[in-house]
Write a protein that binds this ligand. Structure first.
Ligand SMILES: Nc1nc2c(ncn2[C@@H]2O[C@H](COP(=O)(O)OP(=O)(O)OP(=O)(O)O)[C@@H](O)[C@H]2O)c(=O)[nH]1
Length: 531
């Protein structure tokens, strides 16, 4: 049973991704701390206790999973005594004193952009028609950590943290948390997970997953790492707006000065005029009705943002954006030069491969000499075949044509089509894109076709101008927002949905193969506004 990274749940072979089935997974529900009624000190305490228990159980399970993976080569030093609880309590107790220092000591690891000179790739040229597939192992890059920023967030959450720690000793582990193997099979040690601290970022990530109905035993190291990465990626945006927003929104009914300040903050984060107007009006209406304490006002603001981000996909009635299992899906990836198309293809191929989909890549960026080589490197890293034509000045539509044949012959479930970067004002290149789209429509009329525009978040509002022309040429169905880690303009996500009316399907927050995930409005808004 593979974990489906698109749908965030375990799936089996009988799984389909029809809307009905997709609705089985609980929707992202607001965090317990965001309920409409004011929480009492008692309920807050209970929630904090629950969250700590959840986080500890999740940490313990990740630890056990890792140990069970290495259990095949036991050493004489292994012990079957269960001492993990002590470890977690010790970790928790020392967290307050150590966390800021620990965070400050972590050095971000260098990302792993693909190199141009890789000797072997799993490419299948149209001439060769080889069946060879790369099985080269992929090593996920280590998570770079935003140091002072995380430390700042940690300091702001200090009060809550203190409560969590105060209850740590009394916590009883939830009974439903089952280890992945029996205690005799899985030795537990006092060792913490080397690449995963039980720190403030872990607690925050666990809280976000718990609020979405996830079970502690299903939480994986990759999910925690991604959430920490996402929050860290949005640090710049958050630092610019959140504290000031909180201060203003928490003051009760908005006066003119407050409105002007919020307006400036949102525009600064590239939320855009249209989306900013919408947010302010919604906030004003609510705050006129009742004076909300700061935490509840922020909770209401989060709700507004989530609703905005989810609106475009309400039409499709799909809760998750995933390739349909046992069907032929074609995802056409387009965008201007350097937006991150090839990188996105590599990351999606990796997710698809991990999630158990039969995947293929079409190297239809025949414009740039190194592009085919680059996508081959990504194919190699994700273990996915690449269909390419090594000839010069090849017609990209012809590559797509052949790739569809190859995908059908191999019974591939997902064909990812890489295209050359093009500026929307280059008429001939946009016509070429239309031709590619026509070929897909004609050659695979029964395929589930998605056409995704890759947008570089660092371009902010400027990036949005491309969308309309691409929409006509490629019949866009969604957006991939990349480089959220390198910008203070993370608010552009709101502009995308409000101005383009297109759903955000994936977000990228780094150059590594694990640094892209399907978009979740809940996680995005939590990361954007987490204090
Ligand atoms: N920091 C960061 N860099 C990214 C992200 N996604 C892509 N990049 C980087 O952006 C650069 C361009 O990425 P590519 O995937 O080559 O972009 P492209 O759209 O295929 O480029 P063309 O084929 O030239 O149009 C590379 O250096 C990537 O590593 C991201 O989410 N974060």
């Amino acid at each position: 049973m593979a974990f489906n990274w698109f749908r965030r749940q375990h799936t089996d072979s009988s799984d389909t991704s029809s809307p009905e089935k997709q609705a089985e997974t609980p929707a992202a529900t607001p965090s317990p701390t965001e309920s409409a009624t004011a929480p009492t000190a008692e309920t807050e305490q209970a929630v904090a206790t629950d969250l700590l228990a959840f986080a500890k159980a999740a940490y313990k399970n990740i630890q056990q999973k890792q140990q069970s993976q290495s259990v095949e080569t036991p050493t004489s030093e292994e012990t079957t005594e269960v001492v993990t609880e002590t470890t977690l309590e010790t970790t928790t107790e020392t967290l307050s004193a150590q966390k800021v220092e620990t965070l400050a000591e972590v050095t971000p690891s260098a990302p792993e952009p693909p190199t141009e000179n890789v000797p072997q790739t799993p490419v299948v040229t149209l001439e060769e028609n080889s069946e060879k597939t790369s099985t080269e192992a992929v090593t996920p890059p280590q998570e770079p950590v935003g140091l002072s920023l995380l430390a700042k967030a940690a300091a702001e959450r200090q009060a809550k943290q203190e409560r969590l720690m105060a209850t740590a000793i009394e916590v009883t582990e939830p009974e439903e948390v089952k280890p992945t193997a029996s205690a005799t099979e899985v030795p537990e040690t006092t060792e913490a997970i080397p690449e995963l601290d039980f720190d403030e970022g872990f607690l925050w990530s666990a809280e976000v997953l718990a609020a979405q109905g996830r079970r502690a035993e299903d939480v994986s190291i990759e999910e925690i790492t991604w959430l920490k990465r996402l929050r860290q990626g949005l640090d710049k945006t958050r630092r610019n707006i959140v504290n000031q927003l909180k201060a203003i929104v928490g003051q009760g009914p908005l006066n003119q000065a407050g409105v002007a300040e919020i307006e400036a903050l949102l525009l600064q984060a590239d939320v855009g005029v249209e989306a900013t107007d919408y947010i302010i009006t919604a906030l004003q209406n609510k705050l006129r009705e009742e004076a909300l304490p700061p935490e509840q006002a922020i909770a209401y603001l989060k709700q507004i943002l989530r609703d905005m981000l989810d609106r475009p996909q309400e039409k499709s009635q799909k809760q998750f954006f995933a390739p349909e299992k046992d069907a032929f899906n074609i995802w056409l990836i387009t965008g201007v030069n350097g937006a991150g198309k090839t990188t996105t293809i590599g990351k999606i191929a990796h997710l698809a491969q991990k999630s158990g989909y039969k995947c293929l890549i079409a190297a239809a960026d025949t414009f740039r000499a190194a592009a085919v080589q680059q996508v081959k490197v990504w194919g190699d890293r994700s273990g996915v075949e690449v269909i390419a034509n090594p000839g010069k000045n090849t017609d990209p539509a012809a590559v797509v044509f052949d790739a569809i044949d190859a995908a059908i012959a191999r019974q591939s479930e997902l064909l990812l089509v890489d295209t050359a970067g093009r500026l929307q004002n280059k008429k001939n290149l946009m016509e070429e894109l239309s031709k590619i789209r026509r070929i897909i429509n004609k050659k695979a009329p029964n395929a589930k076709i998605e056409s995704l525009l890759v947008l570089d978040a660092t371009l902010g509002q400027n990036g949005l101008r491309q969308a309309e022309v691409f929409s006509q040429a490629a019949e866009l169905t969604g957006v991939v927002l990349t480089k959220l880690d390198s910008t203070a303009k993370g608010g552009v996500a709101l502009a995308v949905v409000q101005q383009l009316g297109l759903p955000i399907r994936f977000i990228g927050a780094g150059e590594g193969i694990e640094d892209l995930r399907p978009f979740s409005s809940y996680e995005f808004v939590e990361a954007l506004l987490s204090g």
